[in-house]
Design a protein around this ligand. Structure first.
Ligand code: DAH
Length: 354
């Protein structure tokens, strides 16, 4: 038995010395350590060893076992380090003496569209707000008139964290309640309308294809004051879109359902390519769906502390949710949404920095 253990030890050391990649290392480990490996075999044979030798032989097997485990870990680290070294050496070397203009990056197309929109909205008196990516169920859904088990939640399946009641926001509308609370007092005491946009990253549990991503950007906007009407909504959207596309755009509203607005709309713009006659870009309809919007639902205004039970229509407002990713696709004629998250520099570096 002792001889067998020694022989196996020698075999292990020899085979170990010729291992040079992780897979063959794992194969070797299994050969010795798996259920049907040599160590299990030795353990079975230990039963047949005379009682006076059992202790010593048992110890021999144990120390052989620890040798295998520790050698295995050492070798694994060694292989990984070696592979990293090879990778570093083969990678393009970084030359710090290169002139700086060749090292200048460019902005991501979504950043460009976001900044352009922020400028446009700021010029119309809007505050630009920042908001969390991790939110709770109340802000993402309940404060927006979407109670638990409401079917509208099905369209916004997102990622839930292990921490109770926390999730990655599925839309920028999740910031509406916080913004209302932040500016509500100013509205009531100083009479200054709430005008805010909040851009941000959103997440949804989507099957990814050329038009769908699990991570994308939106820009939410709200305006609240006394006597805000659909005309105000149309005016702001039309002005903003004409600036973005750098020409006069024609818009239309169609009814659309979103629990946090009433009435709710889909805002379309007349196709900029065919001018409304119909072409492949607008699927021959002459219109492109661009931005869901609507008049903020009374329940949402109440949850945000804007109106009271007694006076539920004192203030009114509109909201919109602009798909920044979609807008960037339209503006820069990007056919596949995955381009934005791929980090493919040959695609992304084409966009001029600002
Ligand atoms: N949050 C909605 C979504 O992501 C979009 C939306 C619709 C936002 C209507 C709005 C709105 O502000 O009024 O699907």
């Amino acid at each position: 038995m002792r001889e067998k253990i020694e022989k196996l030890g020698a075999q292990f050391r020899e085979e170990m010395s010729s291992v040079s990649d992780v897979q063959s290392l794992e194969d070797l480990r299994l050969k010795f350590m798996s259920k049907k490996g040599y160590i299990s075999e030795l353990m079975k044979e230990l039963g047949k060893v005379p009682p006076e030798e059992k202790k010593d032989v048992g110890q021999m097997i144990n120390s052989f076992k620890s040798e295998i485990t520790s050698r295995f870990e050492e070798k694994k680290d060694e292989i990984i380090r070696l592979q990293e070294q090879i990778l570093i050496q083969s990678a393009e070397s970084y030359d710090e003496s290169l002139p700086t203009d060749t090292l200048t990056g460019s902005f991501h197309p979504i950043t460009l569209v976001q900044r352009q929109l922020e400028d446009i909205f700021e010029s119309m008196g809007f505050d630009v707000e920042d908001y969390n990516e991790i939110v709770d169920d109340y802000h993402c859904f309940e404060a927006l008139n979407i109670p638990p088990f409401h079917p509208a939640r099905d369209m916004q399946d997102t990622y839930y964290l292990n921490t109770p009641n926390q999730l990655l926001k599925s839309h920028t509308s999740a910031a509406q309640n916080a913004i209302m609370i932040k500016y509500g007092r100013r509205l009531k005491e100083e009479g200054r309308p709430i005008r805010a946009v909040f851009p941000g990253r959103c997440f949804r549990n989507e099957a990814i294809d050329a038009c769908h991503e699990n991570t994308f950007f939106q820009m939410e906007g709200i305006m609240i004051d006394k006597d805000i009407s659909i005309s105000n909504l149309i005016y702001f959207m039309k002005t903003m879109l004409s600036e973005v596309f750098e020409r006069e755009v024609t818009v239309r509203l169609r009814p659309g359902f979103f629990p946090f607005v009433e009435p709710g709309f889909e805002l379309d713009i007349q196709c900029l390519i065919c001018g409304g006659d119909g072409c492949p870009s607008c699927k021959n309809s002459g219109w492109l769906e661009l931005c869901p919007c609507g008049m903020i639902h009374p329940n949402v205004l109440r949850a945000g502390g804007i109106n009271t039970e007694e006076n539920p229509y004192e203030y009114t407002g509109f909201a919109f949710g602009l798909g920044l990713t979609r807008l960037a696709m339209m503006k820069y004629e990007v056919g596949d949404i995955r381009t934005f998250n791929d980090c493919d520099l040959s695609a992304l570096s084409q966009f001029v920095s600002r």
